[in-house]
Write a protein that binds this ligand. Structure first.
Ligand code: PEP
Ligand code: MG
Length: 833
């Protein structure tokens, strides 16, 4: 008798080469036939074949059966049951560790199409399609033979000339490069100019090696050091060393002999085991639509560059599975974190709809790029960007930032194996100033230590890093580091509008000490006749609760505050911001926290000073009315949220928001505040249940999947929902229980969901019928009602609609209507809404 093991696939990346080979190995120990049946795809695979297992297209959460049939089926059943229960969840550990973020589930409109996908870690969002092309590695071990060595002097000269030439080439590139690339080229220049780099080459040359072999040995030595450093940042610098060394070889032996150039001639998704920054820069950006890297973390220079060019990028990609798909069309999804291959026409259509949606949204939000953040009643709220590197500044301003509200400078220190010099820092700040064109940049002095270690500073690890030795607390010990940064900021302030902000201030002693340091440095600059902004504002992060009670005193000493809501929440509520176990307590809607914020803003304004907010809370659309109610002067956030925030702000009224905040502060629980916010969204002026914006006539949608996707996407475009995929999932959950096709060609999909912000009745009149469950449907009325505010509205409208649809007259009215307006009028009248 056939034995069956029933289970769900728990592997985030599904069954790809690695887990498949584990399964195959175990199954091959038995003579019984063993089949892997994926119930979702309905594909049955031979569990003794890796390829067959991969082709079952088993993804996370797919329900599966293992079917065992043969003389040793009992033993196989025992072994495989143990495997599925105890070993299977861990058999893909290495790969999942590179994708440690939560895996976003596929939207149903896509997963129902059974796409072939490979998960990987998304490091730059966006979707794109193109032909898959592999870019060859620069492998210094396989570079081949060099012409025999000449005299030591001659080999030395070859290296010296190459160093000089390459330095010039890079200097020229820096001059012409877009702002974004300059930094990385400067890092390469720094390697070339590093004395220990040439010293080691020379040492190798002295034992009669060729210039080429000496360069390769040097590259290997430094790479090994970085790899062994144990730091992810440093490991990612290996590629830069290899890049520079390869370019040196090209200088000495000619580019033709060592060519790494890949010419792109059509929209392409490039895949590479690893890609050096200069290889990336050489790729024609007109055709480079997406990037897949086997290696490369979130901070490698290549990844930073890809982000600055806004190229959807995934890292940790399993290249083996894609080997057979070279030169074929693939789809990269940098939002959901996967590559789709073997694209079916349906999957291609899904992405066509996705691109159309993105184009519509971009068009709609474009109007906000150059306007100042303003509420409907004319209150200005500056909308600023958070950046971690000057190369991000351009993208921030392009995304509508009015200023930079937080330049986190830690990364300037983490991205290297020794500290940056004053000149380097000065140049970096000047780069951001050049792009800012008189717009303000708040530079936060380094927040190193605690959970943000910098290896070369040798700060011992701590049990309680968030309460430990970090930020301003380490400045006295690392005085030169701090003074150097202050000098660089002050010198750069001569060229643009900079403000200085100090992180983690918790007492007046720290403020006074900082002011003294700043005054001394200013004096020494004056003595040296070095210009700087004498009136450069000095501010502090307000993220340690003690400061809330000395705001009056602080206002006598400093010019501005920025609320670090990430840390302030964790310190005020005593909840570790990174501990998943206490996430539910980490809630900035806690009325106590809101009261704290109100106290801060009122007191700072009472003393005539400025206060912004730069933690994650600043970008939360649902919380925006409370932030406006607080009367904050500025909200600073990651660039992609800026336009949506300006658009929302334009709909809010300052006094309504203040009343809402007062009510929120009177709530007893965070949940009550959430209900209040949902209620507020619903009550906002003239947001009717039906709008022509979400009535679509004869769209180009060919299936139930496309209709649900199209209708929920329309709600996003209409500004009624923020996460259409989550809303669509709620619709699908209902469809799973019973199909909502009600006969007569009508379907009424419906949900009461937290993902719809303004309850809406959407309509689609199709030109050609589609299959909906068992029935043909050509008219869809979708009810999406807000969970917090709907009450019994959901069932009332649904049953009214169901009753009306029984009447032929009502159906004819709708099916013969020719405009969205006509449909809207009919529904308002018939449903009495
Ligand atoms: C904060 O704490 O809110 C903040 C912006 O600083 P960081 O997240 O860098 O600690
Ligand atoms: Mg902080």
């Amino acid at each position: 008798m056939v034995k069956k093991i029933t289970f769900a696939c728990v592997l985030p990346n599904g069954i790809h080469a690695r887990p498949a080979s584990n399964i195959e190995k175990i199954c091959k120990q038995f003579v019984s036939a063993i089949e892997w049946h994926n119930l979702r795809t309905n594909v049955t695979a031979d569990a003794k074949s890796v390829l067959s297992l991969i082709s079952s297209n088993t993804l996370l959460n797919d329900n599966c059966h293992l079917l065992i049939d043969g003389i040793d089926e009992e033993q196989a059943y025992q072994r495989l049951s143990t495997f599925i229960e105890n070993e299977f969840p861990f058999c893909d550990e290495a790969l999942t560790s590179t994708t440690d973020d939560e895996i976003t589930p596929l939207p149903r409109s896509l997963s129902n199409l059974n796409p072939h996908i490979i998960r990987a870690k998304a490091v730059c969002g966006g979707v794109a399609t193109g032909v898959l092309k592999q870019v060859a590695n620069i492998d210094l071990n396989k570079i081949g033979d060099f012409p025999a060595a000449e005299s030591i002097e001659k080999e030395q000269n070859k290296v010296k000339n190459a160093l000089t030439k390459l330095t010039k080439v890079i200097a020229l590139q820096i001059e012409c490069a877009a702002e974004t690339s300059k930094d990385i080229l400067s890092a390469h220049q720094a390697i070339l100019e590093d004395p220990s780099f040439y010293e080691l080459i020379e040492l190798n040359l002295s034992s009669n090696l060729t210039a080429g072999a000496a360069i390769i040995n040097t590259a290997k030595f430094f790479s090994d050091q970085l790899i062994n450093s144990g730091s992810e940042y440093l490991k990612e610098r290996v590629l830069d060393i290899r890049d520079v060394c390869f370019q040196l070889l090209q200088q000495i032996y000619g580019e033709n002999q060592f060519s790494a150039h890949q010419k792109l001639t059509a929209p392409t998704i490039c895949i590479a085991e690893e890609l050096t920054p200069s290889q990336f820069l050489e790729l024609d950006k007109k055709y480079l639509k997406g990037l897949l890297l086997v290696q490369g973390g979130t901070t490698s220079h290549t990844v930073i560059l890809a982000r600055s060019f806004n190229i959807p990028t995934l890292v940790g990609v399993d290249i083996e599975i894609l080997k057979n798909h070279m030169d074929k069309q693939v789809q990269i999804d940098g939002d959901l974190g996967f590559i789709a291959y073997n694209l079916s026409p349906q999957v291609m259509r899904y992405y066509q709809l996705e691109s159309n949606l993105n184009a519509k949204l971009a068009e709609k939000q474009k109007v906000f790029i150059d306007v100042a953040g303003t509420t409907a009643d004319g209150t200005k709220v500056e909308i600023a960007a958070n950046i971690a590197h000057s190369i991000e500044a351009q993208a921030a301003f392009n995304s509508g930032a009015e200023s930079i509200g937080l330049f986190r400078t830690e990364m300037l220190y983490m991205d290297r194996h020794n500290e940056p010099s004053e000149d380097e820092l000065y140049n970096t700040f000047c780069q951001a100033i050049e792009v800012a064109k008189q717009r303000t940049i708040i530079i936060r002095t380094f927040d190193i230590g605690g959970d943000k270690p910098v290896n070369y500073l040798n700060i011992p690890s701590e049990n309680n890093p968030f309460l430990g030795y970090r930020a301003v607390r380490i400045y006295q010990e690392y005085l030169t580091l701090f003074r150097t940064q202050l000098r660089a900021i002050l010198k750069a302030s001569a060229h643009g509008k900079l403000k200085i902000m100090i992180p983690m201030i918790s007492s007046m002693e720290e403020i006074l000490w900082i002011k003294e340091e700043l005054a001394n440095i200013k004096q020494s600059l004056r003595n040296q006749k070095i210009p700087f902004d004498e009136k450069i504002p000095l501010g502090i992060m307000l993220e340690v609760p003690s400061v809330m009670f000395i705001i009056d005193q602080c206002c006598e000493e400093i010019d501005f505050f920025s609320i670090g809501s990430n840390d302030l929440t964790q310190y005020l509520l005593a909840v570790d911001r990174d501990n998943a176990k206490v996430t539910k307590h980490y809630n900035s809607l806690n009325p106590a926290f809101l009261r704290g914020l109100d106290h801060i803003v009122k007191t700072v304004h009472h003393y005539g000073k400025w206060v912004g907010i730069c933690g994650e809370l600043a970008s939360k659309g649902s919380v925006l009315p409370l932030l406006v109610g607080l009367g904050l002067d500025e909200l600073s956030m990651n660039s992609p949220n800026i336009l949506a925030t300006k658009a929302r702000l334009a709909k809010l009224n300052r006094s309504d928001c203040r009343l809402l905040l007062n009510k929120a502060m009177d709530c007893r629980t965070s949940l009550e505040v959430e209900h209040l916010l949902a209620q507020f969204r619903m009550e906002q002026a003239e947001i009717p249940l039906i709008t022509t914006q979400t009535i679509t006539i004869a769209p180009d949608w060919l299936s139930k999947e496309e209709v649900i996707k199209g209708m929920t996407d329309n709600l996003l475009v209409a500004g009624r929902c923020r996460y259409p995929q989550k809303l669509a999932e709620d619709i699908w959950l209902r469809e799973d229980v019973f199909s909502t096709a009600l006969g007569f060609g009508f379907a009424i999909p419906h949900t009461k969901s937290e993902h719809i912000e303004q309850s809406t009745i959407s309509v689609t009149k199709l030109a050609t019928p589609i299959i909906w469950g068992e029935e043909e449907v050509n008219f869809v009325i979708m009810l999406t009602l807000n969970k917090h505010t709907a009450g019994d509205q959901h069932m009332r409208i649904f049953s009214k609609l169901a009753r009306r649809i029984m009447h032929e007259q009502f159906r004819t009215l709708l099916t013969t209507s020719t405009s969205a307006q006509e449909i809207e009028n009919i529904l308002i009248k018939e449903l009495e809404i």
